[in-house]
Design a protein. Sequence first.
Length: 144
Amino acid sequence: MWQRKQTIYMLAVVAFMTAMCFTPLARYMVDGNEGAFVAFDYWWFGGLVALAALVPFVSIFLFKNRLAQIRLLVADVVLLLGAQGFALWYAIGFKNVAQAAGEVGVGYLCTPVIFPLICILWVVMAIRAIWKDEMLVRSLNRIR
């Protein structure tokens, strides 16, 4: 289970999405006051990001049921797309609010905003690796 490459991909998704939960997505400074937008500033957005990290972790332990793994990972792609959309929506919104505050307002996006895109790539790679394993098992069953 742990030696398969899809497990490494899924663990990377878990690590990146967990990091996204606790690191700032956008920083801003208005009138000398510094602030940051973190995923758990909105409980439902933080829950979405945490769920997007939990699904691949659960999927790792379903290694005997590869089709269920694939279904869960496809659902995780949908969660990651939602997380990416909301992350950009809120982070850019916070950045624009800070910049609209005038000359003293500064806002910028942080690196974790793109984590869901990277994770989508890893989830797709994990799905492909799981599907290859499934095809190998089916071909071996055909030989028997």
